[in-house]
Design a protein around this ligand. Structure first.
Ligand SMILES: Nc1ncnc2c1ncn2[C@@H]1O[C@H](COP(=O)(O)OP(=O)(O)OP(=O)(O)O)[C@@H](O)[C@H]1O
Ligand SMILES: [Mg+2]
Length: 194
């Protein structure tokens, strides 16, 4: 099992990248009223047929050749099952894949969110030629950003890989999530000195 939800996000998004997705959407839904956390990763990669989808939850299924056991998806499913959540993979061969996993927040084994800003930044900076879209939903509020938006601000895609920009991206996402959580009433800079 992985330590926190951001590690699962990285794992699932890496599957999308391996599937040659040019666009990966990462969504987190934090629903305090329904007491649920949901992760959803949507890609436009090469997808899977029905047979592959039903086999994917079985740890002995993988298209990797160097070892027979693929564990990313089974781990996520197990973690979500343990926490009374729902787990679903929908895929269309040649079109793309959606992986969705939810967790009851009050479950004692519910993994913490972890460092989601750093994870999203790692993906954006690590694969600058792909487009990532990140959405964080906190009840009815939404924070959204993505590679396309950031490139528009930077006016140069190659700047994505510079350390200053990487730091700025994770800080920007951290701030976005913080404002959602606090209803925009708290001063981020004052409470989060680097
Ligand atoms: N988004 C996706 N698009 C296409 N195929 C996928 C996707 N996600 C998973 N798969 C297929 O399901 C298999 C199992 O995925 P899983 O993440 O469980 O293991 P893995 O990626 O093979 O290995 P590990 O995650 O342990 O490094 C993959 O090898 C791949 O064939
Ligand atoms: Mg994997």
């Amino acid at each position: 099992m992985l330590q926190d939800l951001s590690q699962y996000i990285l794992d699932i998004a890496e599957n999308s990248l391996k599937a040659e997705a040019s666009r990966v959407e990462i969504e987190v839904f934090e629903d305090t009223r329904g007491d649920l956390i949901t992760l959803k990763v949507t890609d436009n990669g090469y997808g899977m047929d029905d047979e592959q989808v039903s086999a994917i939850e079985n740890p002995f299924f993988t298209t990797r050749t160097e070892r027979r056991v693929g564990l990313g998806i089974p781990f996520l499913k197990q973690a979500s099952d343990t926490c009374g959540g729902r787990f679903e993979i929908r895929s269309v061969k040649g079109r793309g894949t959606v992986v969705e996993a939810s967790f009851k927040r009050d479950c004692i084994d519910c993994p913490p969110l972890g460092d989601i800003p750093a994870t999203v930044m790692t993906l954006m900076v690590g694969w600058p030629e792909r487009d990532f879209l990140f959405r964080f939903n906190f009840d009815d509020e939404l924070f959204e950003t993505g590679t396309e938006e950031l490139v528009q601000v930077l006016q140069d895609r190659s700047l994505l890989v510079t350390p200053e920009v990487a730091l700025w991206i994770s800080r920007y996402i951290e701030q976005g999530i913080y404002h959602l959580r606090t209803g925009g009433n708290e001063d981020f800079e004052e409470n989060n000195q680097p």
